[in-house]
Design a protein around this ligand. Structure first.
Ligand code: 2P0
Length: 323
């Protein structure tokens, strides 16, 4: 019987964003999304079988709070109810991110946890099934299961599909962390608020569906310019929907705007790069791998920037050790 599993997964940054859910409890996205998984954003998770008692969760060397504990226990219950695993577990997850910027860690965390749990299962679980299970934990985690350039449609019970493997992608990203203004509203609550209270929500969903179709075509021919344009425009459309939410979900700070303007300036000067922003003030810049160092160097010189990190693409979630 397996007693201990070490799993690894990487977080991803969406080029076409998931913002909004369909009704129900399984994180079925209202918008289809496409992402790039990043090598620099690695999570390692150790899962051990427990003789009894409650499940235990330790993230970055700290026990989880009541809300996270419930969320994660509920997730293990999904596996137990489906008779994929039994018993109780001790789970220790560490984000080996070079910064503590609060970058998307639920994607890598839930992807590592899901593949780790699959090792305890006596049943064979396909990658599509695993991606669906990871999605129930966190929507964006479905994409980290497959890694590389991945798509997640907004169909019923969707799983992510690998579009381009990580080692065939000539692009990378520069993560630009800025000083935070105040505590942000998390994605889960934020997207629910936008669905209910943003006058632009339906327009955003329609826009994301069009961007998704265009992005699939652009990726098919690996047209960097098209991919970059759609990426930046899609992020701005999502933020327009967020900002229009009443009360407003304004995640940006003045540094966020300054970086957006700088990226545009660099493009006009011939350094082709494109910006995207998640539910926070940080900016992630998509560039060709040959330009990553140059983009990072320029980003480091901008005002209000706390840290700059280059990243190459990464593959999907993996089991590292099983004993
Ligand atoms: C994305 N985000 O596509 C978008 C862009 C944030 C902004 O996926 O509720 O943590 O766990 O399904 O996956 C963050 O949402 O939300 C996210 P849940 P998740 O990357």
């Amino acid at each position: 019987m397996i007693k201990r599993v070490v799993a690894r997964a990487y977080a991803n940054i969406a080029l076409v964003k998931y913002w909004g859910k369909q009704p129900g409890f399984q994180n079925v996205p209202a918008t289809p999304s496409i992402s790039l998984t990043l090598k620099a954003l690695r999570t390692e998770t150790i899962i051990e079988r427990k003789p009894g008692g409650d499940d235990i969760f330790i993230i970055n060397d700290k026990s989880t709070d009541r809300i996270s504990t419930k969320r994660l226990t509920d997730y293990l219950n999904v596996w137990r109810t489906n008779k994929l695993i039994d018993g109780k577990y001790s789970i220790k997850s560490t984000n080996r991110f070079p910064t503590k910027s609060g970058l998307a860690s639920s994607a890598s965390g839930l992807a590592a946890l899901s593949i780790g749990l699959s090792a305890f299962s006596r049943r064979k679980i396909s990658s599509a099934k695993l991606s669906k299970l990871a999605r129930i934990g966190s929507g964006s985690a479905a994409r980290s299961i497959v890694g590389g350039l991945a798509s997640l449609p907004n169909t019923a019970n969707p799983s992510a599909r690998l579009l381009i493997p990580f080692d065939e992608i000539p692009w990378g990203m520069v993560v630009v962390e800025v000083d935070k203004a105040e505590k942000e509203i998390g994605s889960r609550r934020g997207m629910e608020l936008s669905r209910k209270f943003s006058p632009y929500y339906d327009a955003w969903v329609g826009c994301a569906e069009r961007d998704y179709r265009r992005m699939l075509k652009a990726i098919q021919v690996m047209d960097f310019t098209r991919v970059g344009e759609i990426t930046e425009n899609n992020a701005l459309a999502m933020h327009a929907c967020m900002i229009a939410t009443r009360p407003s979900l304004l995640y940006w700070t003045s540094a966020t705007v300054a970086i957006l303007q700088a990226v545009k300036r660099w493009r006009n000067q011939g350094l082709e790069s494109y910006a995207t922003i998640d539910a926070g003030p940080h900016v992630v810049i998509l560039a060709r791998q040959v330009d990553l160092e140059k983009v990072a160097g320029r980003a480091r010189r901008l005002k209000g920037v706390k840290s700059v990190m280059k990243s190459m693409p990464a593959g999907g979630a993996k089991i590292i050790k099983c004993s």
